[in-house]
Design a protein around this ligand. Structure first.
Ligand SMILES: [Zn+2]
Length: 257
C-alpha cells in the first residue's frame, strides 16, 4: 500500500506526526469503513475520514435531504432538499479526496440486509438516530466480528463508544428498544453544533483505532454534556445474558471473538 506524491503532500500534516507517520497513513488507506447514516453524525464523520485518507467509505442512508436537516448537516445545501443523502454525501467526499474509494447505498439498513451491506468492511460507524436500526447494526457487527463505533447526539448530550463485542451495543441498551424506530432527534431536538462535536470525536476515535494510537478504546462510553461542557467516561460491562454477544462468553478461550 504505497502513497503517491499527491497523497504524500495531501497527508503531510498527518505523516509528520510520530504517532501516525507513513505507516499510519498507509493503514488508513488500507481500511474500509462503512458509515451507517449520513445525518448529523455522518455529516461530521464523512468529511473527517475522507480528508484523513481512508481507503474506502461505504455510505448507507435511505433518506432524502430535508430542510430541517440543514441546521446540523453542513455537507448538504439548500438546493439539495429532496435529493438522496447517500449519493450526495458520496459526491461530497469524492470532490474532497479522489483517493478515497466510495460506495453509496440509498437504502435503509435493517436486520434483513445488514449482513450483506456491512460484510467486507474493517470498521462500521453508526450515526443513525433510532434504536431499532442501531440494534440491528450492532447485532450484525457481533455476528460478523466487526468493530462498531456508535455515536449519538440529542438535545445537549452526546455519546460515543467503540464496541468489539463483550460488551456490544446491546449489552449497553438492552432489548427494550428493538421495536423503537422513532427518530428521537426529531422528537426531542438537538443543538446543531453538538452533532458536529460528537461526530468529530467519533472520527477521532476511528482514526486512533485504525492507526493504533493510544489505548484500546473498546468498551468505554464517552459522554459529552453540552450544557456543562464536560466529557466523562464510563466502562460498559458485558451482559452474560446478552442475546447478541452472550454466547461468546461461553465459548472456550481461543475461539474467534
Ligand atoms: Zn452484548
Amino acid at each position: 500500500m504505497t502513497l503517491n506524491d499527491d497523497e504524500l503532500d495531501r497527508y503531510a500534516r498527518h505523516i509528520v506526526l510520530p504517532q501516525v507517520g507513513g505507516i499510519g497513513q498507509q493503514r488508513l488507506k488500507a481500511t474500509r469503513v462503512a458509515i451507517v447514516g449520513a445525518g448529523g453524525i455522518g455529516a461530521a464523520v464523512i468529511p473527517a475520514l475522507t480528508g484523513a485518507g481512508i481507503g474506502h467509505l461505504t455510505i448507507i442512508d435511505g433518506d432524502r435531504v430535508e430542510l430541517s436537516n440543514l441546521q446540523r448537516q453542513p455537507i448538504y445545501n439548500s438546493g439539495q432538499v429532496g435529493m438522496a443523502k447517500a449519493r450526495l454525501a458520496s459526491h461530497f467526499a469524492m470532490a474532497r479526496n479522489p483517493h478515497v474509494g466510495l460506495t453509496s447505498i440509498d437504502e435503509r439498513i435493517d436486520s434483513a440486509n445488514a449482513a450483506d451491506l456491512l460484510a467486507g468492511h474493517d470498521l462500521v460507524i453508526d450515526g443513525t438516530d433510532n434504536f431499532a436500526t442501531r440494534l440491528a447494526v450492532s447485532d450484525t457487527c457481533v455476528a460478523l466480528g466487526l468493530p462498531l463505533l456508535s455515536a449519538a447526539a440529542q438535545q445537549f448530550q452526546g455519546q460515543v463508544a467503540l464496541f468489539r463485542a463483550l460488551p456490544c451495543y446491546r449489552c449497553f441498551v438492552g432489548n427494550a428498544f428493538d421495536a423503537d424506530d422513532c427518530d428521537t432527534c426529531a422528537e426531542l431536538g438537538v443543538l446543531g453544533a453538538l452533532t458536529a462535536t460528537v461526530g468529530s470525536f467519533a472520527a477521532l476515535l476511528a482514526i486512533r483505532f485504525i492507526t493504533g494510537i493510544g489505548n484500546d478504546p473498546a468498551g468505554t462510553l464517552h459522554l459529552f454534556d453540552g450544557l456543562t461542557l464536560s466529557w466523562r467516561q464510563l466502562r460498559i460491562s458485558s451482559d452474560p445474558a446478552c442475546r447478541a454477544c452472550g454466547q461468546l462468553l461461553k465459548e472456550p478461550s481461543g475461539s474467534p471473538s
